[in-house]
Design a binder for this molecule. Structure first.
Ligand code: SF4
Length: 645
């Protein structure tokens, strides 16, 4: 065991019903950290090429971050990883809550499931001792019921991650639920859990994490927290929405300081962007063919941050988070208590489908959370089906009698119900837009807005081309939590890492759309930095403070006793990025196939609205990224022998 990490993982073979503790050498942590870095090291070699994502050979990992439990702030993220049934390549999904410390308090940095159980089971780990238990009584139950039942039947102090009916029914857009509605949503890993007949992971441990210099960590955290607490006393929603309008109409842009976003997040959570993003052209509208003109302030007002906040009864904080962007809401509907809908959910089930019914959005959010289905992918798939209906590709009879018109919230709720149950058209749509388009045919493929099978998130790369780059080049395509030009500005990496470009404070907007070496370096730096963050278990929103305010590298040194420079940590991030890309190559993925669809790249450009006239040659941007990453510029394969070592 070292400092900061436990040095052990738990392997669970669900076919044989056995468990086995494995010691992990210190050098692995020094090379890959923990979290998804550790998972990439282990899974690259152990999941064979061509493995069936639903077969015994696929391994599903639950990993904790290296900084979790050390006293570092924002360090409570846990991650699931494995081969994605949605993309066919590397899959991972990230979630907050309290599971990350629970893994380490049992003496493990990760729990790795291989094989498949014959009947439904859950894994119970109490103070490090694992036990595979029957879960027949839970199969078919939703995620909230499952969590409540398991906590009650294991003594009341455990922490749970579970799949709902979507994962059990192998929906390719199923996620893994935790804390009654926080989802490790992306990559379809809930379906891998369902295929393994693993209903839940239940953890109850008390072990303390050893760290090298606890006083130093405490001091660093205290200083970081001063920035988190800086907050204006009064902040109304209406003028905040107009910030987006201003950002749209000005011909120039100012490099964004993440303190501004932190202030909005602390007040309203991610929903603070519900109107701003549409106004500035960041939020996609009407399956990515609409614009802010179709969804002006008058319509987006229905989901303004204060409208959502009216339902909020208390703030929700993940483990070790001083910010608390989440919220627990209560509404008059059948569910009562629920998590506050995130920005991604509000746009995916709102503007993307032209739906301004906040009550329906909250209701669908809870339906999907209880089923364990990704709200981004569900919204993207419904928008796709709506456009198919508009174009006559899907008829009323194909849709089991539903008139799936833009904005019809009643039809959307009925469709969500069908997708969860895999009934009729719901069976076709439950696997996301790419799989549905392949089944439907008749030109539907052109309307499916995905990268490599993963529905695009709610940030428009025609506004910030950096999003399109990361949607297209990451081993987990269609991911909005890794990089963008905006993120690079907020991360402020140039303040700590030698040789990285500093963006100008003010610049004309046209500069954003010209690919060049600086932008490619910035994008690669975002990927590397987020690999470090996901190895450490840090929350993206904390990182927006900027590395001169959130001491990521100093925390890691204080936790482990290492004496690494920022640049050396970025090199670890590079190694993890290589490893995940090498995993995809080994699984037969062509990296070019992950590029965003033409519509999202502005080919042809929109003729009206915030992103009018904007387009990009996405392949050229991808090749720039591959080149500065040291990868084959034409094929996107990592150098250094392609193994990512
Ligand atoms: S900022 Fe939000 S998502 Fe991040 S750790 Fe805090 S509560 Fe969780």
């Amino acid at each position: 065991m070292g400092y900061g990490y436990t040095g052990r993982i738990l392997n669970v073979d669900l076919t044989r019903g056995t468990t086995c503790v494995e010691e992990v050498p210190a050098e692995v942590y020094e090379a890959y950290l923990a979290g998804t870095g550790l998972a990439s090291f282990i899974l690259h070699d152990r999941i064979p090429p061509g493995a069936d994502p639903f077969g015994e050979e696929n391994i599903l990992a639950f990993v904790s971050g290296l900084l979790t439990g050390t006293g570092a702030l924002f360090s409570g993220r846990w991650m699931a990883a494995g081969k994605s049934p949605l993309t066919g390549g590397w899959g991972d999904a990230n979630c907050g809550g309290i599971l990350s410390p629970a893994i380490k308090r049992n003496g493990y940095d990760g729990i790795f499931f291989s094989g498949k159980s014959e009947g439904p089971v859950y894994l119970y780990v109490k103070d490090g001792r694992p036990e595979i238990r029957d879960a027949s009584h839970l199969w078919g139950r939703d995620t909230v019921e499952t969590e409540e039942t398991l906590i009650a039947e294991t003594g009341g102090t455990a922490t749970v991650a579970a799949v709902g009916p979507a994962g059990e029914r192998l929906s390719l857009i199923a996620g893994i639920s935790h804390e009654k509605g926080r989802l490790a949503a992306r990559s379809g890993l809930g379906a891998v859990m369902g295929a393994k007949r693993l209903k839940a992971l239940v953890l109850d441990g008390k072990r303390r994490i050893d760290v090298f210099d606890r006083a130093e960590i405490r001091d660093l955290s205290r200083r970081c927290n001063r920035w988190v607490r800086l907050q204006p006393p009064f902040l109304p929603a209406a003028p905040a929405a107009l910030i987006g309008t201003l950002m749209r109409v000005l011909p120039f842009q100012m490099a964004m300081d993440g303190m501004v976003y932190k202030i909005l997040l602390r007040k309203w959570g991610t929903g603070s962007m519900n109107q701003i993003s549409v106004e500035m052209g960041d939020a996609p509208v009407k399956n990515w063919k609409g614009t802010n003109r179709d969804w002006g302030l008058g319509r987006s007002y229905s989901v303004n941050p204060d409208a959502v906040a009216r339902f909020e009864r208390m703030k929700y904080h993940c483990y070790s988070c001083p910010l608390g962007c989440g919220g627990i809401c209560v509404d008059a509907g059948p569910y009562g208590r629920m998590h506050k809908p995130e920005y991604e959910t509000v746009i995916a089930l709102g503007a993307l489908c032209m739906n301004d019914d906040l009550g329906a959005i909250m209701h669908m959010n809870e339906m999907l959370n209880r089923a364990g289905m990704d709200t981004i992918s569900a919204g993207g798939t419904i928008a796709f089906a709506m456009e198919c209906f508009e174009n006559g590709i899907l008829t009323r009879s194909d849709l089991d009698g539903l008139e799936l018109k833009w904005g019809d919230s009643g039809a959307m709720i009925a469709l969500v119900e069908k997708m969860i149950r895999r009934e009729g058209i719901g069976d076709v749509l439950a696997d996301g837009s790419r799989a549905a388009a392949e089944k439907i045919g008749r030109g539907a493929e052109a309307l499916a807005m995905h990268a490599g099978g993963q529905e695009l998130p709610m940030h428009d790369g025609r506004n910030d081309p950096g999003f399109n780059v990361h949607y297209s080049v990451e081993a987990t395509p269609g991911r909005h939590t890794i990089g963008a030009q905006l993120y690079y500005e907020m991360f402020r990496l140039w303040t700590e890492v030698e040789g990285l470009p500093r963006p100008p404070l003010f610049y004309m907007k046209g500069r954003k759309y010209l690919p060049d070496e600086e932008k490619a370096l910035a994008a690669a730096a975002c990927s590397r930095f987020m690999n470090v963050a996901n190895g450490a278990g840090l929350c993206l929103f904390g990182l927006f403070l900027g590395v001169d305010r959130i001491p990521v590298f100093s925390w890691l040194n204080a936790a482990t006793g290492w004496r690494l420079e920022a640049g050396e940590y970025m090199e670890i991030g590079r190694r993890i990025q290589d490893r995940k890309q090498a995993f995809n190559i080994r699984q037969g993925i062509d990296p070019l196939s992950f590029r965003v669809p033409d519509r999202a790249a502005g080919r042809p450009p929109q003729t009206a609205g915030a992103n009018r006239g904007r387009g990009m040659d996405i392949v050229a941007w991808m090749r720039d990224y591959w080149r500065v990453s040291g990868w084959d510029e034409a094929r996107g394969t990592p150098g250094r022998g392609g193994s990512g070592r």
